[in-house]
Write a protein that binds this ligand. Structure first.
Ligand code: 3PY
Ligand code: MG
Length: 254
């Protein structure tokens, strides 16, 4: 099975790229694999994805060797634990504001003695407790292979990025330009926002934390890769479908 954490920095010159997915559909996951994406992030923060739907989507993504991560809806323990036990290969937490909050979240996703995540090896993440496959090991995978990724997307968090990114157990950071720009009362393309994103990027690089952000399309994704981002999110299923449908109608109607 592929893990995003193992793809980062190891695919010679090939930076992993993945979309956010919001539509609860097996076919969409298969299409993203067929299109060539390296990983997917199911977006439970903004989309109406239930834990039961995530369970199915995670299973199909894993079977396709398309590492599934989940952006959780909140900072709670219950859904996150079930999503990890369902076999998500990483968690993104939206709006992480400071180091204490980050430490608590990372701890929830880390088994003792380092954290407080409960033991559920009888689930998919543990090969249903009967796996003969040495590639599946609930405790080792939970410790070493699951990605724990705080999202920095508030200007207050940018100011505290060095503290936040010093938290033990972080496997990456995602800089959210959309929310960040809102907290600054600006547009994502305004120079002040671009500078705040760059400052956060530099802190992550200095700390050796793999860093990602959201690309505005293919050219922007190439720019981010050339700049040195370690993994890149681009697009989402609703946007891709919407734009393709609109372009088709426009072409017909002129
Ligand atoms: C943001 O830009 O705020 C994000 O969360 C990216 O999806
Ligand atoms: Mg956001």
């Amino acid at each position: 099975m592929l893990w995003l954490k193992e793809l980062i920095g190891q695919t010679e010159g090939r930076v992993p790229v993945g979309p956010f997915l919001k539509i609860p559909s097996i076919e969409v996951v298969e299409i993203m694999k067929a299109a060539g994406f390296d990983f997917v992030v199911f977006d439970a923060e903004h989309a109406m994805l239930s834990v039961s739907e995530l369970n199915v989507l995670i299973a199909i993504a894993r079977s396709l060797d398309l590492p599934p991560l989940v952006r959780v809806a909140d900072h709670g323990y219950g859904d996150m634990q079930r999503i990890l036990d369902a076999g998500a290969t990483g968690i993104l937490w939206p709006h992480v504001s400071n180091a204490d909050e980050c430490r608590r979240l990372v701890g929830q996703a880390w088994h003792p003695p380092t954290g407080t995540r409960g033991s559920g090896g009888g689930m998919r993440a543990g090969g249903w407790g009967i796996s003969r496959d040495a590639d599946i090991d609930y405790r080792r995978d939970g410790r070493d292979r699951v990605m724990r990724v705080p999202m920095i997307e508030e200007i207050g968090a940018v100011e505290q990025a060095d503290d936040i990114l010093s938290v033990d157990g972080i496997d990456g950071v995602f800089i959210g330009p959309g929310d960040l720009s809102m907290t600054m009362g600006k547009k994502a393309t305004d120079p002040e926002v671009v500078d705040a994103v760059e400052r956060t990027y530099q802190v992550a690089k200095a700390r050796g934390v793999p860093v990602a952000t959201l690309a505005r399309g293919a050219a922007d994704a190439r720019r981010l890769i050339d700049h040195g981002y370690d993994f890149v999110m681009v697009g989402n299923d609703t946007g891709m479908l919407g734009r393709a449908a609109q372009a088709l109608v426009d072409e017909i109607r002129g």
